[in-house]
Each structure stands twice: as C-alpha cells, then as structure tokens.
Ligand binder design. Structure first.
Ligand code: GLA
Length: 725
C-alpha cells in the first residue's frame, strides 16, 4: 500500500481507486506530487522530475525561501516565505512563531493508529507517519496517513510535539493539508450550509484567488455549516469528473479553508477552528489533532458520496450495529410534546405493534420538573407525578405489546431551574460577572470538568441499569457561548472548546461501551451536531427537526453527499406539518422516510383506519428494502434544488436489485414526455420494475430511461427493481 524508496525519498500511497504521492525535495521539504487516479510506483520518478523538481526551491539559491510560497508543501510553514495559510503554528515563550518544517524520518505501522479519547478510524491496512522537524524551533510534527486497499478514503491527522524544555502555545493545529495543482481550469467548492430545520444544503461557488473559509464557532458541527468541503474540478458532475472531499471526523468548532494562491494551485486544509484556539504544550508533550477523511473521486459527486458511505459503514460506525436492522420506532415528541401522561402514551403504545412498529421512544419531558422547556434539564430522575408508577409502567406496557423501549436524554445541558443547577451552579458554562447567553432556557454543562462528566455518566447509567431500555436518543439543543471555564488557568482558556469536545467524547465512549446492548441515536434536530466524529458513537442521528415531506428531500439529499443514508433517522409526521404547515400525502412522507432509518413521529391513536393501513404497508415495504438502506450504493437522480423532482436510487452491491424513490413537487402541464434515466445498474443484466410491469436491460434503463410518473403536487413514487434471471 505504501512504498518508500530510499534513493529518492518518495512515498506512494494507494487505495481502491486513487494514489497519493509525495517526496522529500532537494531542500528537505516534504513536497506534494500527485493526488488522483491510481498509478503505479514506477511512475513516481516521472512525477518527481516532471512535476516535483519544477517547483522545488533550491536552498543554495539566494531567493529560495521566498520560493516556498509556490511549493506544494505537505504541511504549510509560517513566516518563512510561504505566505499562504500555515497548517500548524506554534508560538514559543519568546513570542516567535516562524517555522520551516522539513523531513526528519518516517515509519509505516500496520493497521490504524488509535487516538486516545477521540473517535478514529477503527481499522486500516497501514498508517504512514512522516515526521517533520521545524528548522526554527524544537517543534516536530507527525503527518499521519492511514489507508486501506479497499477504501477510497485517506485518513489524515497531525501530531504536534514540543521537543524542547520550555512550554509553547499551539495557536493553529490543522489536521491535514492537501495541495491541488493548477489545471488551467477553475475549481469550485461545495459546502453544506443551512439553518435550524433546513440543514446541509449544498452550496457551490467558484474558487478564485484568496481564501475560502468555512467554519463553525458554535462549539459543535452546527446547523449553519457541516465540517465538510468538496473541491470540484471543472468537469465534475453528479456521476462524472473529478472531485476531492474533505470531511472532518470532529464534532467541535472546526474550520476548512481552500486557498487559491498566485500560481493558481489550491491549498485545502482543515481541523480544529483556530478562531479563539490555543493549547499550551509543555516540553515533552504532544497534541493530537482530530482525523479527517479525505476522498478522491473520478466518478463525480456521486462516486465521492458512495466512497464516504462505504468508509463510514466499514471503518467508523460501530460494527455491532452498522448493518443490523434498525429499530422501527414511534416517538411521542410531535404527538404530545411535553403534555403527556400514562394514558396518552398507552394509547400510542397499544396501537404500535398492530402496525409493525417495534420500539416506542419516550421523548423529552419524563424527568425532573419538565412540563415545558423552561425547567428540569439535568435532573435525570423520573417525574412520577406525570408518569404514575415511573418508567416501569410505560416499559411494562411496551413489553405487554411486544415493543422495545427507548428514552430521550439531553445529557450535556442544564436548566437554571433545576436541582442540578441549584446544587452546582458552577457546573454550567459561564463567566462570573457576565450574563450567560440563554438559548431554549438552558445552559451548557462544563464538560471540560471531569467531575461533571462523571456525574452525567452515573446519572444516565443509573436510569439505564434500573430499566429495560434498548434505545437512547441523545439530544443537544443549543450552541456554546461564553467559552470559559474556571477549571483552567488564564493561559489555557483557548483550550476550552476542544476540551469540551473531548469531554463529550469521553461521556459518549463510556456510555456506549458501558451499555453495548443499548442502541444510541444522536440528535441533530435542535442543535445541529451531525458529523463523522459523533457517528463513531451514534450509528444514526435524528437528521433535522423538519419532517415536511418536501423539505426533507432537500435535507436528505444534501446530507447524502458525505454520509450514508443509514445514518439519517427519518420519521413520518402528521400534517399540516408542524414546521412548515404544508400538507403532503401520507404516502409521500412514508416514501421519503424510507430512504433512511425510518420511524414515526405522530399520535398513532389519532390516525384514520386508512392511514393505519398505510403505516402497515409502509413498514412492510421498508422491511423489504432496509437491506439496501443499510448496505446499498446511493445514486442521486433528480436534484430537488434545481428541478421539479427529487429522486434517489439505492442499488445492491451485486446489482441484483434496486429501490427508487421520487417525488414531483408541483403539477406541470408540459411534462408529458420527461424521461428519468436510471443509474448504477448492470448494463448486461435484465431487470423488472415491479410497479410498472416493465422489463428492460440495465443498458436501456440508463440509456433510454423511464417516463416520469404523472402525480399530484408532492406526490411520490416507489419502484422496486429486480434482476430477471
Ligand atoms: C429537539 C429534538 C426533537 C425533540 C426535542 C425535545 O428539538 O430535535 O426531536 O427531541 O428536542 O425537546
């Protein structure tokens, strides 16, 4: 997988369809050579002579240091002639920070390298670690490249080491730097931006001279921006052309930058957001950055998405759950909000098994004094005034109906009106003398403090131990403000945001490994934490609070660019929709929700007889196709942002079956002859579209396509495609 040729000090990393090459140039810098389609190691000398030497500065030349500004460095140095953004900046105690990172040594280790206290790739073929030494100080950095023959994702991170005696301060600690050459075309950048109830919408803009920075300063991967950026070559389309994906496996405040320099090459870097960041590194200490999943695709954005789906399923998500049939839940949130009692819940529970639902999830409001969102967060004990007989009566009712039971928590938060806050006001994130910024009447608990993490672990564990709970929905409903902790000295306050994230990982690790039989679902609805770091603990995440049958197509479309469909928890809710007031057909809501981990978010006891039959049919359909949701390849066919349609297709890895879901948003009198071309099928196989009674070759279904069905506003269609043998 990785080769090191001592004669020329060159490295070639190859994965499934890509190669990544670099070498140590004549001045001792680790210089990037190539990132693209897979090549052979016999091509490396050509890359060095034809590409590398062309922009390698010669230090015997009087002006050489300035020439580093045009060199495609594997790690950007600071203040020594490379004027682009640096990858790592360390300020020494005399205030100086210039650096010049040069090759020192390297090693290859078998498998993946475990990052203590952080999510990381669970397995790999090998990791190449190249150590660079700063010519100007006692700092060393390890550039880590983790690769697998079966994956199109190269995992990157950086380790920063203070090899001196004096303490220093890291002010920038990015995880990776990737250089893309000027190809005489214009690159563009795609990011996933949004807002509450409108998350992860793809936005593409051309890259021009200067730096594009996407970031979150929310303390989390946020609603506003996902920690993902793709750089697209000019020829990049949905299923053709080249693109590069940069996906941080990180849940905290992040930044990713793409900088076009004067020679038109692009430097893409990212990691922990350097805004307000600082980390004191004593002599002899190291700092390990989060990992980034970097991906090359020669099959456009669709190829990139499929590579990321395979990566998350194969290397990040808990293997005990990743391919396991997901619980089909009914959740009481939109059915009752806070206003429930035993009887209301029993009505939902009694109805569920008749329709094929297997799990009841009790959402917010079961604990402390929690009749609205003004109080109670932090008090993780049952409110017996509301639930007579406690959780046991609800769980017993579930058991009587053959249902499993799931429970909502929001461990990281506290209301000022709670016993926890009254006992430990200092556990909330705030600064004495500064009025805390409130959001949904709650404050964030200070997870930089070990005793707070311990308390939460014990409080949640107690409930999980004392009750038969098979499912936890882990929510978090606000951003972090007043970044400060009395737990750290003044010179370490810049560490707060990252330490908070490490505290979250610690709690998530302890709870998920302490309760391996409990399925943990994350929640990005109120707080927008949807990222590859959280996915290490949560195989699926509540995708958005917007469950509208039209809006959801956009949210799920955008999310699928870099996450598997099985990571999206998608529920059918009532109409008019509570977020948009729109009325969409029940079948449409079911069809769109079937493109993820499906479930229900409504009062089953209020459904009409006809709707109940529909739920039953939807679940029967889902059980036929959930193997494709868990394991299949996604092909995006109709873009809901640019067309009157949404359509996605899941294809089995062996191409023996496929599942198509589409929606037409508005009636259009002129769309009689519109053709939908299917993707991903085997050209040489013959298929039957069951619902249409049509039989055709994969070649014809892709080349000639099928007529779009004519449907009323927001009408949806489902096609099952089977191979005819
Ligand atoms: C968030 C979640 C919802 C629900 C509420 C409860 O908004 O996204 O699904 O759990 O919190 O307060």
């Amino acid at each position: 997988m990785t080769d090191f040729e001592t004669a020329s000090k060159s490295f070639l990393i190859s994965g499934k369809n890509y190669s990544y090459a670099m070498y140590v140039n004549k001045s001792g810098y680790l210089q990037h050579l190539y990132y693209g389609k897979r090549i052979d190691k016999t091509d490396v000398p050509f890359l060095i002579s034809a590409h590398g030497e062309n922009c390698a500065p010669d230090l015997s030349d009087f002006n050489a240091d300035m020439l580093t500004d045009a060199m495609p460095a594997e790690a950007g140095s600071f203040g020594k002639g490379d004027f682009r953004s640096a990858t790592v900046i360390v300020r020494r105690n005399d205030g100086s920070a210039m650096s010049s990172f040069k090759y020192l040594c390297h090693k290859t280790v078998k498998g993946a390298v475990k990052l203590a206290g952080q999510p990381c790739v669970r397995k790999a073929d090998a990791t190449l670690i190249i150590t660079l030494k700063d010519d100007c100080s006692d700092t060393q950095i390890d550039l880590c490249y983790t690769a697998s023959e079966n994956s199109d994702v190269l995992v990157r991170n950086t380790v920063i080491r203070n090899c001196g005696k004096d303490a220093a301060e890291i002010v920038k600690a990015y995880s990776f730097c990737v250089q893309l050459p000027d190809t005489c075309g214009t690159y563009s950048a795609l990011r996933l931006a949004g807002a509450w109830a409108s998350e992860r919408k793809p936005v593409t803009t051309p890259l021009a001279e200067g730096e594009l920075k996407i970031q979150s300063a929310h303390g989390y991967s946020s609603h506003a921006m996902n920690p993902f950026l793709a750089v697209l070559a000019e020829d990049c389309g949905e299923n053709n052309g080249e693109c590069y994906g940069f996906n941080l496996l990180y849940s905290g405040s992040f930044a990713i930058t793409a900088e076009v320099s004067s020679n038109k090459s692009v430097r893409v870097q990212g990691g922990i957001n350097d805004y307000m960041f600082g980390w004191k590194l004593n002599g002899g200490e190291s700092f390990v950055t989060p990992q980034a999943a970097v991906c090359y695709s020669a099959e456009g954005l669709g190829g990139m998405s499929r590579a990321y789906a395979d990566f998350f399923r194969g290397y990040i998500i808990n293997p005990d759950y990743v391919y396991k049939r997901r619980p089909i839940v009914v959740n009481n949130w939109e059915a009752t909000y806070f206003d429930f009692d035993n009887e209301k819940l029993f009505k939902i529970i009694d109805e569920a098994p008749k329709l094929g639902i297997d799990t009841f999830v009790l959402d917010d409001g079961w604990f402390g004094k929690r009749d609205d969102d003004k109080s109670g967060l932090g008090d993780w004990f049952v409110n017996e005034n509301k639930l007579k007989g406690g959780l046991k009566t609800v769980i017993d009712r579930c058991k009587k109906n053959g249902l499993k039971f799931g429970l909502w928590f929001e461990p990281e938060m506290v209301c000022e009106d709670s016993d926890l806050f009254r006992a430990h006001p200092d556990w909330a994130v705030k600064k004495e003398g500064v009025t805390p910024s409130r959001s949904r009447n709650q404050l964030v608990l200070d997870l930089t403090r070990g005793e707070v993490v311990d308390y939460l672990f014990n409080a949640v564990s107690k409930i999980l131990k004392e009750n038969e709970i098979s499912y936890v929905k882990w929510d978090k409903n606000r951003d972090i403000t007043e970044n400060f902790t009395a737990n750290l000295p003044a010179e370490r306050q810049g560490e707060f945001a990252h330490r908070y994230t490490l505290g979250f990982y610690d709690l998530a690790e302890r709870l998920t490994s302490g309760f391996p039989n409990v399925f943990f679902e994350g929640c990005a609805g109120g707080g927008g934490r949807f990222d590859g770091g959280a996915m290490y603990y949560f195989p699926q995440t509540w995708t958005s609070d917007d469950t509208d049958g039209l809006e959801r197509t956009k949210i799920q479309w955008g999310t699928s660019f870099c996450y598997p469909v099985s990571s999206m928890s998608c529920h059918v809710s009532a109409c008019p929709n509570h977020q948009t007031q729109r009325i969409t057909p029940f079948d449409t809501r079911g069809a769109i929700a079937s493109l993820g981990a499906t479930g229900y978010e409504l009062d089953l006891s209020k459904l009409s007889g006809e709707e109940k039959l529909k739920v039953k049919a939807q679940i029967e359909n889902y059980k036929k196709t959930d193997g494709l949701v868990l394991r299949g390849d996604l092909y995006r066919l109709c873009n809901p942002f640019t067309s009157n349609y949404f359509c996605e297709m899941l294809v089995a890895k062996d191409k023996s079956e496929a599942y198509v879901v589409g929606e037409r948003f508005r009636g259009d009198p002129c769309d009689h002859d519109r053709v939908l071309k299917l993707e991903g099928l085997d050209s040489n196989k013959v298929y039957k579209i069951v619902e249409l009674g049509l039989t055709a070759s994969g070649k014809a279904l892709k080349g000639a396509g099928v007529m779009f069905p004519r449907l009323p506003d927001c009408g949806a269609w489902i096609w099952h495609i089977e191979e005819v043998k």
